[in-house]
Design a protein around this ligand. Sequence first.
Ligand SMILES: Cc1cc2nc3c(=O)[nH]c(=O)nc-3n(C[C@H](O)[C@H](O)[C@H](O)COP(=O)(O)OP(=O)(O)OC[C@H]3O[C@@H](n4cnc5c(N)ncnc54)[C@H](O)[C@@H]3O)c2cc1C
Length: 527
Amino acid sequence: MPIEMHPTRWGDPARASALPEATRGLVELVFPVIDRTVGDDEAVAIPTSRLPDEVVAELYGIVGARHVLTDDASRRLRTRGKSTPDLLRARAGDLSDAPDAVVRPGSHDEVQALLGVAARHRVAVVPFGGGTSVVGGLVARRDGYAGVICLDLLRMDRLLDVDPVSMTATLEPGVRGPQAEALLAEHGLTLGHFPQSFEHASIGGFAATRSSGQSSAGYGRFDAMVVGLVVATPAGTVRLGHAPASAAGPDLRQVFLGSEGAYGVITAVAVRVRALPGERRYEGWHWPSFDAGVEAMRTLAQSQLLPSVLRLSDENETALDLAHPDSIGSAGDGPSGGCLMIVGHEGTAATVSARRTAVSAVLAGLGGTSVGEEPGRRWAAGRFDAPYLRDSMLDLGVLVETLETAAHWSRLRSTYDVVSAALKASLGEPAMVLCHVSHVYETGASLYFTVAAPEGDDPLGRWTAAKRAATQAIVGVDATITHHHAVGTDHRPWLEDEIGALGVEVLRAVKHAVDPQGILNPGVLVP
Ligand SMILES: Cc1cc2nc3c(=O)[nH]c(=O)nc-3n(C[C@H](O)[C@H](O)[C@H](O)COP(=O)(O)OP(=O)(O)OC[C@H]3O[C@@H](n4cnc5c(N)ncnc54)[C@H](O)[C@@H]3O)c2cc1C
């Protein structure tokens, strides 16, 4: 069974830890430290479940009473997602968005039947995968609805099919990242999708948010891996993806990828898989500046010579080495100053060797300096740990949050500059703004910002203002409001800036066709 995450913290409670002494010392040097540790939240009140009895009885009839949970603990564990605002609200004792019931279907047909009940009684339905949304994607509007159901897909966790000839596999939506890799590994296969939330997020969630993982340079974004989908909607079932490619009109898979539970419940995902790599080599390259490293990334992307993992930290992030709190403040690897790039190769020994030789020649030719495998090994070992660091910082009264965007190469630097400036201006001294590039394309790349600032009297208000300023800056330079976190409720006010008024009308028209009563995740995605 996957670990159920505490509403005020990330991940596995057994892995939570206080900051190492050296890091704490550094934090105390920069920020005013206050004790903001939160205790057991059992005492925090959540609203009483208000689902009408007749609805509960009908839900029992579909999934059985033991899969309809209305107790406080079950509802508390599925309140909102895991953005810093979500954690701050829970830490402040605000669990007002708790669902009225958690329903756990075991099959597509049960999902379809549940949607029928919800539509008849006008109950809002929030599909719930791993609960790692960072954009308010799990907070449905309540007014005008008889209640809110969290449709927890954790029981739908099977590998349904493997086609080793076509190299595809079909997974149910509740399969978590590690479980997907374990199931595929039994067949000598891998999906290659490793977002930082990998340990908790689900296949359905990856599809519903158009997620992108740390190995996207080699394996592609999640939406590029999807070959087929089955979606239960209140208007019926949609089955898509019968051939490797098709010219049968617009690609409707793209309508449901990124639909964030607002168009239907994804009940099966067919994905392209690859052979499990026999060899993995991650190594570090040092660049004299962020610009020099970015230029090298562009060259690789435009030469179609990408490694499996390619990420570049800016000067600030390199100096802090966020993945390794143990070594924050120490000298680190290689030359001081400048920027660290992680370059990872995966495949057979022969392909790793050939690609590594070719990539290294390009990087060395552009002024990069190899700093060996140790930084790569350390990055790989700590790649899923940073969210635990956020909790430790929140415990010290330091606000930590991230945001991301993407821009064409010709505008990447200006996007970096305006977003950094907006965050710094909004948060003031002594805020820190760090950035890395971790998803590259022939035409551009993503920028992922991390901020740390004193939480002040109103941490939520402080972050909301900073996020608004950064998003306005992003819109101002025509970059995207989100490269891989999705829209949710947080980015919805700016969706029209990105896709235009007619684009919003198209989204509304699709919503009306598949969800005429508007019960699916109301208020999420569609303005
Ligand atoms: C610490 C941290 C690190 C992260 N790192 C990354 C990263 O590296 N890359 C990245 O892309 N994202 C990242 N995210 C964001 C998040 O993990 C992704 O958006 C992920 O894809 C969500 O998956 P989930 O299963 O947790 O979905 P949930 O959070 O449960 O749901 C997300 C949205 O999808 C909908 N949904 C979920 N399942 C279904 C379904 N089966 N059918 C229809 N709708 C559904 C929900 O209603 C909701 O709107 C990170 C988040 C955190 C907290």
